[in-house]
Design a protein around this ligand. Structure first.
Ligand SMILES: Cc1cc2nc3c(=O)[nH]c(=O)nc-3n(C[C@H](O)[C@H](O)[C@H](O)COP(=O)(O)O)c2cc1C
Length: 191
């Protein structure tokens, strides 16, 4: 068994060309540097259907193979970082769907939110933080809000240099990674 705490990174955007994935890739490196085993949970790859369980997640009943697999992935984590864009002043439907599948698997898990958008994705972060607090995750810090600049995008609205964009927030991301790893390690010992 790994000595390192397992920290998941949930990539909340699912578009074929995304800012979310390079942000998450950087988080893998930072979490590993901070002593974690980082586990990428990319919703674009996991392709969860829209919630299709007959009973609500609080029942604890998980019947569909994809629900059981998702529950096992989350249960195996000591902590989790959510990476979300701002879509129309909120966070993506795919992310809400993935969260809504489960209940007790989330409760008490150390978590942090990384958001991005023109105002750092602050509306998405606020919504997501409220939902995670409602469910009972153990939120760490204020999260990191990564703000776009006009020069980040070309005329077709594609990001020009994702590494430069991520680099502007590297100190905040490193701090967040260290905070989540410390809380996840404490959670792991406490279990
Ligand atoms: C459906 C949609 C809605 C968007 N709405 C907002 C918004 O309300 N605020 C904002 O700052 N950016 C908004 N954007 C721009 C996104 O922040 C930007 O496209 C970002 O790259 C999306 O994240 P992703 O590349 O990981 O999908 C929106 C983008 C999409 C696709």
């Amino acid at each position: 068994m790994s000595e390192r705490p397992k920290v998941g990174i949930i990539v909340g955007s699912t578009r074929p060309v995304r800012v979310g994935r390079p942000v998450a890739d950087e988080l893998v490196a930072l979490l590993e540097d901070a002593g974690a085993e980082a586990i990428m949970l990319d919703l674009a790859e996991l392709r969860l259907p829209l919630l299709d369980e007959a009973l609500p997640p609080a029942s604890g009943v998980r019947t569909e193979p994809h629900t059981i697999a998702w529950a096992e992935r989350i249960e195996a984590l000591d902590g989790v970082v959510f990476v979300t864009p701002d879509y129309n002043s909120g966070y993506p439907a795919a992310l809400k769907n993935a969260i809504d599948y489960l209940k007790h698997e989330w409760v008490g898990k150390p978590a942090a939110v990384v958001s991005y958008g023109w105002a750092g994705g602050r509306s998405a972060a606020a919504q997501l933080t409220a939902v995670l607090a409602y469910i009972g995750l153990d939120l760490q810090g204020e999260g990191v809000q990564m703000a776009f600049e006009p020069t980040d995008f070309d005329e077709s609205m594609r990001m020009v240099d994702a590494a430069a964009f991520v680099g502007r927030s590297i100190e905040g991301l490193r701090e967040l990674a260290q905070q989540v790893v410390a809380a996840s390690a404490a959670e792991r010992v406490a279990v």
